[in-house]
Design a protein around this ligand. Sequence first.
Ligand SMILES: [Zn+2]
Length: 307
Amino acid sequence: MLIKILGSAAGGGFPQWNCNCRNCRSLRDGTYKGKPRTQTQVAISHDTRAWFLLNASPDLRTQIEATAVLHPRNHGRNSPIGGVLLTSGDIDQIAGLLSLRELQPFRIYCTPSIRRILQEDNSMFAMLNRVPGQVSWTDISCDRSFCLQGERGVGIDCRVFSLGSRFPAYVSRDRSLALKQGDALLGLIASSSSDRRMAYMPAVPDVDDSLLEQLEETDLLLFDGTFWSDDELTRVQGSGSTAREMGHIPVSGTEGSLRKLAGLQRPRKVFVHINNTNPMLDETGPEYAQVRAAGWEVAEDGWSLDL
Ligand SMILES: [Zn+2]
């Protein structure tokens, strides 16, 4: 299984258009010892012919153009992108679908709740179904595995599990209550033909023993690296929500992901979805050194991984 990291930042990207934090400011003035990043986006393939997007970031159009294997290959209009798997309904994970509305057939895999939010509550997404045979929708659930279907019936075996019950802020309270809570936020484990497994989870509210057990059976972990500390955003903005209130376990601290996942022996561990305020983006800083010393990597746009 081939894995392309097209984007590795959290919502807003790095730098973020309205942010003048130390990271964003010094990146703009050319003194930052770290790399700019687009919003988190991953593409996977089992054969390099058919590719599947894990979510659809607001930067998707430029991310596809920056990735040759995702370009059309035949005369006229076509795409090697066979489908999109949605792990949540967050704007950062679905907005890119609107950049895929040019009548190209593909499949969207998501929970029934996310499908209802998109199809029934947000009429713009009807542009994905303007003509027969455009986008097909496949419901997925936590109790049965499924296959991202490529050419000739071959595909990537997947299973998902619930990581949270909070739907995005744009979903009304009444609507949220009418939906299946476990559908709100998923973690994904995708298996290669040689049964090597990748876990993809750009948003993780917390880590418990059952999640740890699942992750110990994987070979590659792409994990929530949004915030370094719980109060990171409130310190930059002067107000707002903590990391945990936003559904992200922080990297540092006694209850952070570095500590909680320290015992994981098997998988290669990579942080994705890194917010522009996160000090571990500075490759000369102590936070980056701490992460690397703990055996983790900090994902960068353009990385290719193989399982
Ligand atoms: Zn910033």
